[in-house]
Design a protein around this ligand. Structure first.
Ligand code: AKG
Length: 278
């Protein structure tokens, strides 16, 4: 050993290791547009969050969005028709339950999102996602290929969505499908239909779709993805509802455009970890 060699304490070594891991994950996110963190939420916490969601679905606590409202393939044709009362999203998740809000401010989550957004100051955007996303047996619908940013209005297309699985997500119950790296592509408007879904009739789009992978998740796993990443999801073909708690975050410098839906709700500022209690 040379006299100039640095001797690290166990703590210093741990933090260096964590930093190295964080760099690897950040690099993966930057190039692929998504990241899966396994078991970020503890089993007990997931159970509590799922129970709240199930109770609120049972009694249909407003505000909600129905499958019939989105009118995606497979959705009931109207609210009055068969399955018309199937809820697709429990909206305003951050405000509807203390546990939901606590998850949105979870220190590990905030640290990860800050790293991915290259920002020490981030906001939870209440105007987008901010919901429990559900897929019910029988009356669920498919979501076609799209980028979340299609209807979002911010200075830059660089938000991060955090998808917490409150149960298993598999091909059979309609887990997310992603096209890695698609957030870096320049996709002209004609490649999308009028509702901004990727057109499936174009060979160049079909080639892209062939690159898709499935984001299969276990309860407590978290999928983080860039607002420009192309993603889609199928129907739930099991007999158990699929539930996920979903929030989106922006860096402080990436402001919503005033007068748009993206600026329509107050945002939750997330300062230093542990310093953000309401
Ligand atoms: O679960 C799904 O169908 C996907 C939902 C989705 O991609 C969205 O709401 O942006």
């Amino acid at each position: 050993m040379h006299s100039q060699d640095k001797i690290l304490t166990a703590n210093q070594f741990y933090y260096l290791l964590m930093e190295k891991l964080a760099n690897t994950e950040k690099q993966f996110f930057d190039t692929q547009g998504y990241l899966i963190v396994r078991q970020m939420a503890a089993e007990a916490q997931v159970k509590v969050l799922r129970n709240v969601a199930e109770q609120q679905l049972e009694t249909v606590v407003a505000p909600v969005e129905y499958e019939a409202d989105v009118a995606y393939p497979g959705a009931p044709s109207s609210r009055a028709g068969q399955g018309g009362n199937t809820v697709r999203r429990l909206l305003h998740a951050y405000q509807r339950d203390k546990g939901f809000a606590q998850w949105g401010r979870h220190p590990d989550l905030i640290h990860t999102v800050k790293t991915l957004l290259n920002s020490n100051q981030i906001y939870l955007v209440q105007a987008h996602h901010n919901c429990v996303m559900t897929k019910h047996p029988m009356f669920s619908s498919s979501t076609m290929w799209h980028q979340d940013f299609r209807y979002w209005r911010f200075q830059q297309n660089a938000l991060v969505t955090v998808w917490l699985a409150l149960g298993q997500e598999t091909a059979r119950n309609g887990c997310m499908r992603l096209i890695p790296g698609s957030h870096l592509l320049t996709l002209d408007k004609p490649r999308f239909d009028q509702a901004s879904f990727l057109r499936t009739d174009l060979p160049e789009n079909r080639a892209l779709m062939h690159q898709a992978l499935r984001a299969e998740l276990e309860p407590g796993d978290v999928l983080l993805f860039h607002s420009g990443l192309l993603h889609a999801a199928g129907r739930n073909q099991t007999d158990t509802p699929k539930l996920a708690l979903v929030y989106s975050y922006r860096a402080a410098g990436n402001l919503p455009l005033s007068g748009t839906r993206s600026a329509a709700m107050p945002e939750i500022e997330l300062l230093d970890v542990g310093n953000d209690e309401p």
